[in-house]
Ligand binder design. Structure first.
Ligand code: NAP
Ligand code: MG
Length: 400
C-alpha cells in the first residue's frame, strides 16, 4: 500500500446515529476508511441527544445537505417511543429521522441482501440478490379508519375546489363493521416509477412491478398505468439499449415467479406489499444484518444505510463492558455504496475502486469462515466466531 490516500473532491453527507451502530460507525471509519481515504464529509450528528438539543433541526439540516450534495451515508438511529422519551429525557417524541429525510428527498427505498457462499438462502433456486423497491408513501400508512355500529350507509365523497361532488356508496351496513379510506398521489407514484426505472438502469437489472389491479380497478390500476406510460414514453429505448426489461404482473403471479427465480432483479412494490415482502426476502436470504438499503430520490439524490436498527440489546451489553459480536456488514456496505456513488458522480475512479476493494475484503473474510455470531450460527461451513473489532481487523488485513 502506498502512503498516498485516495482523494475526494465533494463531501459526503455523514449522518451519525445511535447505540451499537454508532459505536460500529466510528470503528468502521477508524479501521477501514480513514487509513485509506482522505475522507471529506459534512458531518451531522443525528443521535437522539443531539436531535433533542437542536429540537430536531439537525435532522432537517442533514436532509437538505443530502439534497445539496446528492450523496449521504446514514447510521441507524432511534425512533423514539414512550419508553425512549423517559430514557433520554426528551421534551418531545421526535419523529423518525428516516421519515423526515424521506419527506425532504422523496423517492423509493431499495433493499438488497448481501449474499455469501456459506449461507444458503431458504429458497434453493436463488443465486443472485433480489432487490425490493418499496414505495414509501401513502396507502394504508396514511389511511383514515372508522368503526361503525348499527344500521347505516358508508359513502366515499370527493369535493372538488369548484364545489362539484363525487360520491360512491361503499356499503349499506345491516349491523356494525369497519371502514377504511386510502389514498395516493399521482406525483408520488410518478416519483416512485422514475426512481425504479432509474435504479434498474443504474444497476443493469430487470425491473418487475406487481399490484392487484384485477381487483383494485382504479387504485392499483392507476399505479400500473403510470408505470406503463412512463416506460413507453421515456424509458423503453434506454432499457432496450441496456438489454434489460420492464415487466408487469399480478402480485400473485409475481410471488410464484420470485420463488422459482434465480434472483438478480428489482421487484417494485406498493407501500404495504413492500413492507411485508422485504422482510420475507431478507429473512429468506439469511439475516437482517446483511441487508443494505438506499433511498433514491427522483432528482438523483442517494442516501445509503443499513436496513437494521441500532441493535439496542447488544449496546446494553457493550455498556456493561462485554464484548459484542455485532455484524458491521450492512453498515460497511452503506459506506462503500456512498463512496462508490460519490466516485461515480465526481469521476474519481480510485474512490470507486477502493469501494470495490473494501467489499471484496469483506467477502474474503467471510469466505474464510471469519464471521460474527449471527452469521456463524447460520453458516454451512467451518467458522471462526469473532467479535466486531476482530472482524474489522480481519477485513483490514485483507484490504492491505
Ligand atoms: P434492530 O436494531 O434491527 O435489532 C433487532 C435484533 O436483530 C437485534 O437484537 C439482533 O438480534 C438482530 N440484529 C440486528 N442487526 C444486527 C447486526 N448488525 N448484527 C447482529 N445482530 C443484529 O431492531 P430493534 O431492536 O427493533 O430496534 C432498535 C432500535 O433501532 C429502535 O430504537 C428503533 O427505533 C431503531 N431502528 C432504526 C432503524 C433505522 O435507523 N433505519 C431501523 C429499524 C429500527 P439478537 O439480539 O438476537 O442478537
Ligand atoms: Mg416491516
Amino acid at each position: 500500500m502506498s502512503d498516498e490516500k485516495i482523494r475526494m473532491t465533494t463531501p459526503l453527507v455523514e449522518m451519525d446515529g445511535d447505540e451499537m451502530t454508532r459505536i460500529m460507525w466510528k470503528m468502521i471509519k477508524d479501521e477501514l476508511i480513514l487509513p485509506f481515504v482522505d475522507l471529506k464529509t459534512e458531518y451531522y450528528d443525528l443521535s437522539l441527544p443531539e436531535r433533542e438539543r437542536t429540537k430536531d433541526k439537525v435532522t432537517l439540516d442533514s436532509a437538505y445537505a443530502a439534497k445539496k450534495y446528492h450523496v449521504a451515508v446514514k447510521c441507524a438511529t432511534i425512533t423514539p417511543n414512550k419508553q425512549r422519551v423517559g430514557e433520554y429525557d426528551l421534551s418531545e417524541m421526535w419523529k423518525s429521522p428516516n421519515g423526515t429525510i424521506r419527506s425532504v428527498l422523496d423517492g423509493t427505498v431499495f433493499r438488497t441482501p448481501i449474499i455469501i457462499d456459506a449461507i444458503k438462502p431458504a429458497v434453493r433456486s436463488w443465486k443472485k440478490p433480489i432487490t425490493v423497491a418499496r414505495h414509501a408513501f401513502g396507502d394504508v400508512y396514511k389511511a383514515t379508519e372508522m368503526r361503525v355500529s348499527g344500521k347505516g350507509t358508508a359513502k366515499l365523497m370527493f369535493i372538488a375546489e369548484n364545489g362539484e361532488e363525487k360520491t360512491e356508496t361503499v356499503c349499506d351496513f345491516e349491523d356494525g363493521g369497519v371502514l377504511q379510506a386510502q389514498f395516493n398521489k399521482d406525483k408520488s407514484i410518478i416519483s416512485f416509477a422514475r426512481s425504479c426505472f432509474d435504479y434498474a438502469l443504474a444497476t443493469s437489472q430487470d425491473l418487475w412491478f406487481s399490484t392487484k389491479d384485477t381487483i383494485s380497478k382504479k387504485y392499483d390500476q392507476t399505479f400500473k398505468l403510470i408505470f406503463e406510460e412512463l416506460y413507453e414514453k421515456e424509458y423503453k429505448p434506454r432499457f432496450d439499449k441496456k438489454g434489460i426489461t420492464y415487466f408487469y404482473t399480478l402480485i400473485d403471479d409475481a410471488v410464484a415467479r420470485v420463488i422459482r427465480s434465480e434472483g438478480g432483479f428489482i421487484w417494485a412494490l406498493k407501500n404495504y406489499d413492500g413492507d411485508v415482502m422485504s422482510d420475507m426476502i431478507s429473512t429468506a436470504f439469511g439475516s437482517l444484518a446483511m441487508m443494505t438499503s438506499v433511498l433514491v430520490s427522483p432528482d438523483g439524490n442517494y442516501e445509503y444505510e443499513a436496513a437494521h436498527g441500532t441493535v439496542t440489546r447488544h449496546y446494553y451489553r457493550w455498556l456493561k463492558g462485554e464484548q459484542t459480536s455485532t455484524n458491521p456488514m450492512a453498515t460497511i456496505f452503506a459506506w462503500t455504496g456512498a463512496l462508490r456513488k460519490r466516485g461515480e458522480l465526481d469521476g474519481l475512479t480510485d474512490l470507486c475502486a477502493f469501494a470495490d476493494r473494501l467489499e471484496k475484503a469483506c467477502f474474503d473474510t467471510l469466505n474464510e469462515g471469519i464471521m460474527t455470531g449471527d452469521l456463524a450460527s447460520l453458516a454451512q461451513c467451518e467458522t471462526k466466531r469473532v467479535n466486531t473489532e476482530e472482524f474489522l481487523k480481519a477485513v483490514r488485513e485483507r484490504i492491505e
